[in-house]
Write a protein that binds this ligand. Structure first.
Ligand code: KG4
Ligand code: ZN
Length: 364
């Protein structure tokens, strides 16, 4: 049996600079010793989205002190840490270089092994830290850069069942907010406006609904929102609320159908799994309406619905440290100092790149 392992994790793939220290106990349970995240939201909000060059510079400025802070809070020194785990993709290349090079430098200077981690694997394995979920399970990742339904069979063993063929879901929220004059990031603003809106006023499309494939498409929805807004100009606050509520309803219905099919596919293939689970990750998982819809869907299908705390659903370094720990515990070899950052790095190497997918694939 593996004894206790402690890892320093580093995350810099998008607009959060993060460092964490996490321990995995011999029984497979984990303990977050320290979790430090610095969001760059203020630096990017004026531009309505993440500016890669600004993000990379901000990571350079913040990372060293964040790592020191994480170590301080954990009460551990670098010599007490067993390994270093740094995100090496997918993401914005400038940020990845900063995090991975820093990880390499610490690993080299302290004589510790380095694990170059796939950011998506971090999201995928978080529920094992927070809820001890057993393989296999389904993971829905809904963030600003990704919308994926992934079968998690084991560590380094994933099947991507569905992805977006155009916009990511968070991106659709952000674009809808922008064209209605709401602030960035759009998700929380759209959710707030929707609370006082009439969800039945507009009938927005639900692309791909009814198709057997499990992919998603959200760009048509965004176009329909624009047309609806233009057709009723000048748009009042109540109109904005009604559009947001109708948009959110269309999204919820689309997800209900798409994911419902995914749960069925899981059942057909893993009928012997006694406690099947759907795990969510990504910033959009904060949306209350979508969460309650997913809860209902899972209940109706006999699945446990697992949503890690919001802080661990969005980008953080705990999940990177944890992915490193999981790898280390089952004997994966560390990565060499020649490990390269990769802006594209699908979890499932057999999954085909879909048309339009990955326009903003940098953002996970
Ligand atoms: O995972 P995340 O924090 O960052 C990355 O994408 O890397 O996700 C951010 C995305 C943004 O598009 C934001 O608009 C969306 O999550 N989001 C939401 C909500 N809170 C954040 N979308 C819908 N409803 C929310 N309450
Ligand atoms: Zn992410």
């Amino acid at each position: 049996m593996v004894s206790n392992l402690t890892i320093l994790g580093i995350e810099t793939s998008c607009d959060e600079t993060a460092a964490a220290v996490v321990t995995r106990h011999a029984d497979g349970s984990g303990k977050i010793e320290a979790d430090v995240v610095l969001s760059q939201l203020d630096e990017h909000s004026a531009y309505g989205g993440v500016v890669p060059e600004i993000a990379a510079r901000a990571h350079v400025e913040a990372l060293d002190s964040l790592i020191e802070e994480a170590l301080l809070r954990s009460g551990k020194t670098l010599s007490e840490v067993d390994a270093i785990a740094a995100t090496s993709g997918p993401g914005l290349i400038g940020g990845l270089i900063v995090g991975l090079m820093t990880g390499k430098a610490i690993a080299r200077a302290c004589g510790k092994p380095l694990y170059a981690i796939n950011h998506l694997e971090g999201h995928a394995l978080t529920a094992r830290l927070t809820d001890g979920v057993d393989f296999p399970y389904l993971m829905l990742l809904v963030s600003g850069g990704h919308t994926q339904l992934v079968l998690v069979k084991g560590i380094d063993d994933y099947e991507r069942w569905g992805t977006t063929i155009d916009d990511a879901l968070g991106e659709a929220f952000d674009k809808t907010a922008k064209l209605l004059g709401l602030p960035y990031p759009g998700g929380p603003a759209v959710e707030k406006a929707a609370a006082s809106g009439d969800a039945d006023r507009f009938s927005f499309p639900r692309p791909l609904v009814g198709e057997a494939r499990l992919d998603f498409s959200f760009s048509g929805l965004k176009t329909a929102v624009r047309q609806a807004a233009q057709s009723i100009e000048p748009v009042s606050d109540q109109d904005v609320s009604d559009i947001c509520a109708s948009f959110q309803k269309a999204v919820a219905r689309t997800l209900y159908e798409r994911i419902g099919r995914g749960l069925q596919r899981f059942r057909d293939r893993f009928g012997d799994v006694e406690n099947p689970a759907l795990v969510v990750a990504g910033g959009v998982a904060a949306n209350t309406a979508l969460r309650s819809m997913l809860t209902t869907l899972c209940e109706a299908n006999g699945f446990a619905f697992i949503a890690p705390p919001h802080r661990l659903c969005t980008d953080n370094a705990v999940m990177i440290a944890w992915a490193g720990l999981e790898r280390m515990a089952v004997g994966f070899q560390p990565d060499g100092l020649d490990a390269s950052p990769r802006s594209r790095w699908p979890l499932d190497s057999n999954a085909q790149a879909l048309i339009g997918h990955g326009k903003r694939g940098a953002k996970a």
